[in-house]
Design a protein around this ligand. Structure first.
Ligand SMILES: [Zn+2]
Length: 290
């Protein structure tokens, strides 16, 4: 169902505007916009970053590896899902992977910034895209799965987002979440990416449970790269002069890119077998609406 952000009325998703009060989304760059005032800026992300990101993520091991993990999580925990909303879909890289793997599903993508949605539509023509503030989700009991992949760390009021996600999921629906982990890895990369925090496992678990979810699985990943990340972040900190190049971590040599991807595949083998890593650069949480 849709939930009207103006009068809170619930109505069927086939209506664009609220049948009770007549309020509906504006159009921004051709997309339904539920928070049009924030479409170009607001907390979280620099929209100029999308162009660079779209180019880099096709080849970079991190995005390819994270997609593998997400597809595995969907297959393992929500094999029957029919509908999925990705919040913070950016340029649509994750959704394009999901649409190839699960072609029969109905896919939705949302982002606070409309800048990435144009790329996303080209990548995943079958998905429906909208501009939306994750703190005000205009749906209730609508989706089988909602994914937030490296999104929550951009938002101050993350607890409100989790509550809204819980409401927008169908009963027994699943939330898939990835977040950066360990405060001691905080670096200029986090600042450039407009992160508000890196999470501790206990912190994210507490917030997820408080929103009404039951945790089905939680594991760190990018564990084998942790020593390398620590070294890279340490070097960033002591290199105090000069321009900070935030995409430097993404511009790596092809052999290293390939090596890192192989390392991650080895990690995924352990995760598939039920082993949950306690430490790692990121954390995956799969949580069920109860
Ligand atoms: Zn209304």
């Amino acid at each position: 169902m849709k939930r009207c952000l103006a009068c809170n009325a619930l109505y069927t998703s086939s209506f664009t505007d609220c049948p009770t009060c007549g309020v509906g989304p504006e159009l921004v760059d051709g997309f339904p916009a539920y928070a049009p005032g924030l479409a170009d800026e607001g907390e979280g992300f620099k929209s100029s970053y999308f162009l660079e990101l779209a180019r880099l993520e096709e080849a970079n091991f991190w995005f390819r590896a994270r997609n593998r993990l997400i597809l595995w999580a969907l297959e393992e925990y929500c094999p029957e899902f029919q509908s999925l909303l990705e919040i913070g879909c950016g340029t649509g890289y994750v959704l394009s992977g999901i649409s190839k793997h699960f072609p029969q599903t109905t896919l939705h993508g949302s982002d606070l910034f409309s800048a990435g949605l144009g790329f996303a539509t080209v990548r995943v023509p079958s998905a429906a895209f909208m501009q939306m503030d994750a703190r005000q989700i205009p749906f209730k009991d609508e989706f089988d799965v909602i994914g937030l992949f490296d999104v929550l760390e951009h938002i101050n009021d993350d607890e409100r987002v989790l509550t809204q996600v819980h409401a927008a999921l169908k009963p027994q629906g699943f939330m898939l979440l990835t977040v950066p982990q360990h405060a001691y890895l905080w670096s200029p990369s986090d600042e450039y990416a407009c992160h508000v925090r890196r999470y501790a496992a206990s912190d994210i678990h507490r917030k997820i449970k408080a929103a009404g979810f039951q945790i089905a699985r939680s594991t760190s990943f990018v564990t084998t790269l942790l020593p390398m990340m620590m070294a890279s972040r340490f070097l960033q900190k002591i290199k105090s002069t000069g321009e900070f190049d935030a995409t430097a971590e993404l511009k790596i040599s092809p052999w290293l890119n390939s090596l890192l991807f192989q390392l991650f595949r080895a990690e995924l083998t352990f995760i598939r077998r039920g082993f949950s890593f306690p430490l790692g650069g990121s954390r995956l949480v799969i949580a069920k609406k109860t």
